[in-house]
Write a new protein. Sequence first.
Length: 308
Amino acid sequence: MTTGVTEFKVRVGVDQEVRFTQLRPTFAAQAHGFDLSRPVTDALRDAIDQAMERFAVVVFPDQNLDDEQLFSFGSRFGPIEGAGTTTFQDRRRLANAQINDISNLRADGTIMPADDRHRMSGLGNLLWHSDSSYKAVPAQYSALHARVVPPEGGETEFADMRAAWDALPGKLKERVKGLVCEHSMIYSRGKIGFTDFTADELKRCTPVPQRLVRRQEKTGRLSLFLSAHIGRIQGWQTPEAILLIQELTEFATRPEFVYQHKWQVNDLVIWDNRTTMHRGRPFESHTYPRDLRRITVQGTASTLLDCV
């Protein structure tokens, strides 16, 4: 477990250094010395990768980016997933179809009505989850940029799945280490009572298998791979599976494992979906607009290839 670190420095040139200040005892950091509106050099990308390896969540305050710059930043870490590749491909408020529209706004810029289908499904983001865990190769990084934030509420919380694994009782570690879960958007939306899927969406939401315990490629650290998208454990009766996932989720999201980010306009937060979970927090979404935009970097391999 990484503890006691307050600052992490990386030299990115002969006379340039960037810093990361740790925000929570085991993870999360704030970056200093970055202007992400400019092209990200190889050295800066490598510095961010090193910080992500250590902290899993990195906050970049005061980054005034347009959609093109946000996309360019994310692309430095790998191919970008398409937005809406599983559900709701009809929503097109943003010009770039690979940028996820994390807002309560309709295409004309007005606030969605309470019964809007997109809004109803989007409430699933208030559950603890990992982005794209319902894909055969789940996501690597996600980066979320704030354009408009409400006066209160709407925070995003992150949970450190490495620290949660480290703290898990030994018997429970042995019990879960070899398990394979099935993930689907159908499962997470079903937990909030949303079932309004088209036949095509149901077809594209076929459950995929993922290991419940993953190994971090570069460091060798183990972490839980939890998500609201889990609906089954292979070889288990469903009620027992759901109860175990609930037990693990409650354990892994205890306050000592969680960082809550209070958004300011132009904040950019990047996180590693392989070693964290996250969730949005409620706000007065019928009254205030909230406009955040996310790019998601594709993963590189199936979790089934992990050697745990």
